[in-house]
Design a protein around this ligand. Structure first.
Ligand SMILES: [Zn+2]
Length: 279
């Protein structure tokens, strides 16, 4: 920005300040620049941010999200390193800063199919977001396993890999192919998918402590997951899933006006619905 521009006072100002659920843990050093109080100012989106964010291209979306976060929350210098537990807080805060704290959304009763419009105070959503406790370790024999949240980069890479998995399964030979070919293709596909799953789990393991070693090298951890027994594997996987679920937004509990049917609706933070302007 040009410090001589007399129009500077008309530039956007921070609309709200947030605390990160992670309290800044898990970010590499120098990726964060908090205010003196430890809070982060959140600016409304510029017109360019809004256009960036609404470009409907799945591959482009993650980069757009990163660009918009770094534009609206300049205290986060590399949004790819954001731990998963902070993402909802940041996106909800940008939504509040840009369009206000009321969000209108549509709902349809799964029982009587009646449609209605509701509104939600996003400040309550912000207050309800909690950080999972990653300080507890998994104990297995004389081994202690410490987990860490995935970064936004990990999450993006994993959903890209999952997309490729689905393509892999779709490409399996059709019903009229010889039985042996089908088996070979299926086995190869499943093996590849298992490898990808293990890679994703390995990213969530920060440290393995044994009586004789402290191991944090991803390649060693991945090798252990490939070769350990299923009890240990499932113990690690289940704990990763539990911690991940704790960080996620709880679904909204809805009661139908027409038939009083009660149901849960998951609030989505995807580009098209969440960032459609409130106007
Ligand atoms: Zn109903």
């Amino acid at each position: 920005m040009n410090p001589n521009n007399p129009l500077q006072q008309y530039f956007r100002q921070p609309a709200i300040y947030i605390k990160l659920p992670s309290q800044g843990k898990y970010y590499p050093s120098s990726t964060l620049d908090p205010s003196v109080t430890g809070e982060y100012p959140v600016y409304p989106m510029t017109a360019i941010d809004e256009i960036t964010y609404r470009t409907p291209d799945a591959l482009f979306n993650s980069q757009a999200t990163v660009n918009v976060i770094q534009s609206c929350v300049p205290g986060i210098k590399d949004a790819w390193q954001t731990p998963a537990m902070d993402m909802d807080t940041i996106l909800v805060a940008i939504r509040i800063a840009s369009y206000g704290h009321n969000m209108e959304f549509g709902t349809q009763c799964p029982s009587c199919k009646a449609e209605s419009d509701r509104s939600l105070d996003l400040r309550l959503v912000l207050d309800g977001l909690k950080a999972p406790d990653y300080s507890q370790c998994i104990k297995h024999g004389d081994m202690e396993i410490y987990l860490r949240p995935m970064t936004y980069k990990n999450l993006t890479d994993n959903s890209q890999m999952q997309y490729e998995n689905q393509k892999l399964l779709q490409m399996l030979p059709t019903a009229d192919a010889p039985e042996a070919d089908k088996m070979t293709a299926m086995t190869a596909a499943l093996l590849k998918i298992t490898r990808i799953t293990i890679k994703a789990l390995a990213q969530s393991v920060a440290l393995v402590k044994t009586p004789t070693a402290m191991v944090s090298e991803p390649e060693f951890i991945e090798e252990m997951l490939n070769n350990c027994d299923r009890v240990l594997f499932n113990q690690i996987r289940d704990q990763i899933v539990t911690l991940k679920d704790q960080a996620e937004m709880k679904p909204l509990h809805m009661i139908c006006d027409e038939c009083n049917h009660e149901y849960d609706q998951q609030l989505t933070l995807d580009m098209s619905s969440f960032f459609a302007p409130a106007s």
